[in-house]
Design a protein around this ligand. Structure first.
Ligand code: FCB
Length: 455
């Protein structure tokens, strides 16, 4: 048996997001978010579901902490709902909103778990969307103000923060494709939104550092290695452009003050880059968060955006598929971590999300046998270990997700959890994968060969 061991002090964790688990949509002064509005717009969410109650973590967060403890985890990535702190997206902080996160954080600290919050995991205050949303430049300053209010209140007990979750996804899905909140489909709005989000990242980074010098700040980026569909050089060039647009569009501006050269005709004018902006977008992040699920195959093709390429679904066509139709491809994690390591001179990395959707539920004996999820994690963790051996400076790994929750446009239909959530009662219970993951965390290693179906 060739066990693999992770570096001493490596952090094992799990991730969630406010709108996906909290519920309490209108409690204690919380304002409306673009996701509240979008989910209540007929036809947007599978089954007409919403996050109004979700997993009820707003009231049952202690049970979430108990699950983390049961799995021996040392890090919990969660997000803070901006409209709980600023119901209208501006002005003084709502004390009751901050108190909720203070209670959660204190429960984590008491359990010896690192609180690892994300400031923005997609729930923009609706009031800001009504003033233009992310395409509006003022939203960058609003975000920086909000970030300062949060770290002023909670920065005494939390030292590592993420600014944004998956800026490429929320701008493209929300303003380009219209399949996520706020549901707009507008090329100009999309391009402008990406630039404003880059400004927001730079401004909030500086504002947080000015407020509390010792904090460490990063962002969680959606990433997937882009591979050409064929051996043709046109496909290879298209794959490289797609890498710029999907993986690097919010990272290169932060670390280098430059946009990747991924548009066939140069930087689109609609980005509206103004004098001084490329200094303002800079944010020398203390760590890079990588959210990764699969790889991406790319074909050279004309497209409306001007990238000269198209992504062929989520993943390639060789590996097995999860219930979300994403390809299981462990090498993707290794390859992406190595590319970031090469391109940015070995930065500190945290894997901030990685996981899979399988519907496996309780058997007649109540046991949840989700061996396919164990196999998934085993494969990706082995790939992560290879990347660390090859020199990637990865400090932690967060499984997506702690418990089955509201999976955005897919509603409650996709289960990514290490714990099963009964959405009728909001009761949660570890799946076999959760028990397995708990042993990996306790032992700081695993046997990469074993079959996943037996625990
Ligand atoms: C990521 C999101 C996360 C979750 C997973 C499945 O894109 O960051 O909230 O929905 O996908």
């Amino acid at each position: 048996m060739t066990r693999i061991a992770f570096p001493q002090g490596f952090r094992w964790g799990a991730a969630t997001a406010s709108y996906q688990i909290e519920g309490g949509a209108r409690e204690d002064g919380k304002g409306e978010s673009i996701w509240d509005r979008f989910a209540h717009t007929p036809g947007k969410i599978a089954g007409g579901e919403s996050g109004d109650r979700a997993c009820d973590s707003y009231h049952r967060y202690r049970e979430d902490v108990a699950l983390l403890r049961a799995m021996n985890l040392g890090s919990y990535r969660f997000s803070i709902a901006w409209p709980r702190i600023q119901p209208e997206g501006r002005g003084a902080a709502n004390g009751a909103g901050l108190d909720y996160y203070r209670r959660l954080i204190d429960a984590l600290l008491a359990a010896g778990i690192r609180p690892f919050p994300t400031l923005y995991h997609w729930d923009l205050p609706q009031a800001l969307e009504e003033r233009g949303g992310w395409p509006e430049r003022d939203t960058a300053s609003r975000f920086a103000d909000y970030a300062v209010l949060v770290v002023r209140a909670l920065g005494d007990r939390v030292s590592e923060w993420m600014l944004l979750n998956e800026p490429a996804v929320f701008t493209q899905f929300g303003y380009g494709l219209g399949i996520h909140a706020p549901g707009r489909r507008d090329r100009t709005a999309l391009l402008r939104a990406t630039h404003v989000v880059n400004l927001a990242q730079g401004e909030a980074f500086r504002a947080i550092k000015a407020e509390r010098t010792g904090l460490r700040v990063g962002t969680a980026f959606s990433m997937a290695p882009t591979e050409p569909e064929s051996g043709k050089s046109a496909d290879a060039a298209a794959a490289e452009r797609m890498h710029g647009w999907l993986n690097d569009w919010f990272l290169r501006p932060a670390l280098r003050g430059l946009y990747p050269e991924c548009f066939e005709d140069g930087l689109p004018a609609e980005l509206d880059v103004r004098e001084g902006d490329m200094e303002r977008v800079r944010a020398p992040l203390d760590f890079i968060g990588v959210n990764l699920y699969s790889r991406m195959l790319v074909r050279a093709e004309r497209d409306a955006l001007g990238l000269g390429g198209r992504q062929l679904g989520m993943g390639g066509f060789e590996g097995p598929r999860t219930d979300f139709d994403w390809e299981v491809w462990p090498d993707a994690l290794h390859d992406m971590l190595m590319r970031v390591t090469r391109d940015y001179e070995r930065p500190v990395i945290e894997v901030t999300e990685n996981g899979c959707s399988y519907a496996d539920g309780p058997g007649p004996d109540g046991v949840i046998r989700d061996g396919r999820r164990i196999d998934f994690f085993r494969g990706y963790l082995a790939a992560l270990h290879r990347a660390i051996q090859a020199g990637a400076d990865v400090r932690g790994y967060h499984a997506w997700t702690l418990l089955d929750n509201f999976e955005w446009a897919a509603g409650f239909g996709q289960r990514f959890g290490l714990a099963w959530t009964d959405f009728a009662t909001c009761d949660r219970r570890l799946k076999q994968s959760g028990e397995w993951y708990g042993r990996v965390a306790a032992e700081n290693g695993l046997d990469p060969e074993a079959e996943g179906t037996e625990v």
